[in-house]
Design a protein around this ligand. Structure first.
Ligand code: AMP
Ligand code: ZN
Length: 479
């Protein structure tokens, strides 16, 4: 461990905030469900990416950068992808068309999330690489399904393989749904081949127009949930520390991942801590294409979809983190403006600091984040450090820079050349002349210099040096 701050994380499974104790402090393991790559990712998809990036950074800080393994998968087999492939590349064979779609959207996704200041996860496996048994022997979906059938937890019916929920007495722990609840909502007629209406698909048949793999149950494709059971086991083992995703994934996706993994491996848990980010709305409404408020990360980074101009990825990141990750967020232009102002203030206060690789972030910021990622309280600490830095406290300025950089923000993205720490020489000269005039009690001359700078958009603030008591002047661009 490189830092002594104990982490406390809210666990959806127990519905309490608990001290985090890794299974192996030498290798802390986290899995987060990634995107289905059929189109540009929307700003809601950015939330788990940013939230779990913050957690990844905190874990790396706590246990050491080489002692954390973070896996975020890419779902590249899905009916929405098939539909997009048929629409965009009607002349190509299906597999080729699908590959084109997922390659393009996968690259867009990588570029978008990079712009949001996120570190790359340790592994980003693609589902299609884990359908069939692999030469390297890592777990795969077909083998997991075979094992579930052999263990009496799954059965083939009507061309499908289904998970038998009745075979797992404590099914439903994560979502708190019991089998009776699930029965009440199920449409029996549609599911006549199921033993139990709550049974879910592990494998389904593919028509000639659908992507498929040859399996013991014919040509078909996997259900969605089994992907994550295979890819998490492949990189993190049968039981690991943290599993994350958005709130919408608790049921059925995560519930079913748990059922599959525990029943395949015979374990009493899949992951220790289950973490879920709250949902994001746009300007007070659920995001949807029909409402016309569907905003992609790319729109925000590159076009004027919200607020009439593009926003820096750092601003999107801060706008996202300003609300606690478990609360709902209303993403709005007002929020983006607030984030931009705040980050610019921090960057100004930190300008000039020169960072070395091992500069540590502020301990109080770490302590706030260690309390279930309380970014809001961390930002109050940052404000206080910035205030000190603005009083010419070089240590505070340096600490602020190190902390911003730890949090994934660049140090100058919102600074214009006016803000640059290399002070334009004419300003320095003017300030010196004005201070000399003040000391000589030539107030008229001092005012003239102030007014000249003011016409160039530069305002001056006088203050006393806290140590020497000497009069000093700071300047700021009044944009
Ligand atoms: P999907 O590509 O729909 O599977 O979603 C990828 C990730 O984004 C999952 O963790 C979802 O829970 C999350 N997600 C999707 N929509 C939203 C939203 N509006 N707010 C927050 N998270 C979301
Ligand atoms: Zn998943």
């Amino acid at each position: 461990m490189t830092s002594g701050t104990p982490l406390n994380l809210y666990n959806t499974l127990t519905r309490t905030k608990e001290p985090f104790v890794p299974l192996d402090a030498e290798n802390v393991r986290m899995y987060v469900c990634g995107p289905t790559v059929y189109d540009f990712a929307h700003i809601g998809n950015a939330r788990p990416v940013i939230v779990f990036d913050l957690l990844f950074r905190l874990l790396r800080h706590t246990y050491g950068a080489n002692h954390v393994t973070y896996v975020r998968n890419i779902t590249d087999v899905d009916d929405k992808i098939n539909a997009r492939a048929a629409r965009d590349f009607p002349a190509l064979p299906l597999n080729e068309a699908i590959r084109r779609v997922t390659e393009k959207t996968g690259q867009q996704y990588a570029a978008d999330v990079k712009a949001l200041g996120t570190l790359e996860p340790t592994y980003q496996p693609r589902a299609t690489d884990f359908v069939l048994p692999r030469p390297d022997g890592k777990p795969d979906m077909v083998s997991l399904i075979e094992r579930l059938i052999a263990n009496g937890h799954a059965y083939a019916a009507n061309g499908e393989v289904l998970f038998d929920v009745k075979s797992m007495p404590d099914y439903g722990q994560l979502s708190g749904r019991n089998l009776e609840d699930n029965l009440a909502g199920a449409r029996i007629a549609v599911d006549a081949h199921k033993k139990n209406p709550a049974d879910f698909v592990l494998w389904k048949q593919s028509s000639a127009e659908e992507p498929g793999w040859e399996s013991p149950w014919g040509r078909g494709r996997p259900g969605w949930h089994i992907e994550c059971s295979a890819m998490s086991a492949a990189y993190l083992g049968e039981v690991f520390d943290i599993h994350g995703g958005g709130l919408d994934l608790i049921f059925p996706h995560h519930e079913n991942e748990i059922a599959q993994s525990r029943c395949a491996h015979g374990t009493h848990e899949m992951a220790r801590v289950w973490m879920h980010n709250g949902f994001l709305q746009v300007e007070g409404q659920k995001m949807s294409k029909s409402l016309g408020n569907f905003v992609t990360i790319n729109d925000l980074l590159e076009t004027g979809t919200m607020g009439g101009h593009a926003w820096h990825g750092d601003v999107l990141r801060l706008a996202m983190l300003m609300t606690h990750y478990r609360e709902p967020i209303d993403f709005s232009v007002k929020r983006l403006e607030e984030a931009e102002t705040k980050l610019r203030d921090w960057q100004r206060a930190a300008r000039g600091a020169e960072l070395a690789n091992d500069d540590a972030p502020d301990a109080s910021v770490i302590a706030e984040l260690a309390d279930d990622l309380n970014f809001h309280r961390a930002s109050v600490v940052l404000d206080a450090i910035a205030k000190k830095a603005n009083r010419d406290d070089a240590r505070a300025s340096h600490c602020l820079a190190a902390t911003l950089s730890f949090l994934g923000f660049s140090l100058d993205s919102l600074l214009t050349s006016d803000d640059g720490w290399e002070e334009p020489p004419h300003i320095a000269t003017a300030i010196e002349n004005r201070l000399a005039a003040l000391n000589a009690r030539d107030f008229a001359k001092a005012d003239t210099i102030r007014n000249e700078l003011s016409e160039q958009g530069i305002s001056l603030m006088d203050y006393k040096d806290p140590e020497t008591g000497e009069r000093k002047t700071k300047w700021e661009s009044k944009r």
